[in-house]
Design a binder for this molecule. Structure first.
Ligand SMILES: [Zn+2]
Length: 85
């Protein structure tokens, strides 16, 4: 062994581009924990199972993430303000 990382030819060169990091954060609306995998557009799309809000998190850089929050369809009046507990 020479200490180098083993190259697995069966996975092909495209496997390098796949990021299986699970991104997790808290729903801004109800604080429920959400998690998802990043797609090829550097976006993580999740739906909060508690309040139904849908979120698209875009990873711009290591220091810049953008999280778009969408109220559930038909629930436009949903309170999206940050709550104090
Ligand atoms: Zn929620």
């Amino acid at each position: 062994m020479d200490g180098k990382k083993e190259y697995n030819p069966s996975r092909g060169r495209d496997a390098v581009l796949v990021d299986w990091t699970i991104y997790s954060w808290y729903c801004p609306n109800c604080r429920n924990g959400v998690a998802g995998l990043k797609n090829e557009k550097n976006q993580i799309k999740v739906k909060c199972e508690v309040c139904g809000v849908e979120m698209v998190r875009t990873v711009k850089s290591r220091r810049h993430d953008v999280i778009d929050v969408y109220a559930a369809a038909g629930d436009e009046r949903f309170d999206l303000e940050l709550r104090r507990y």
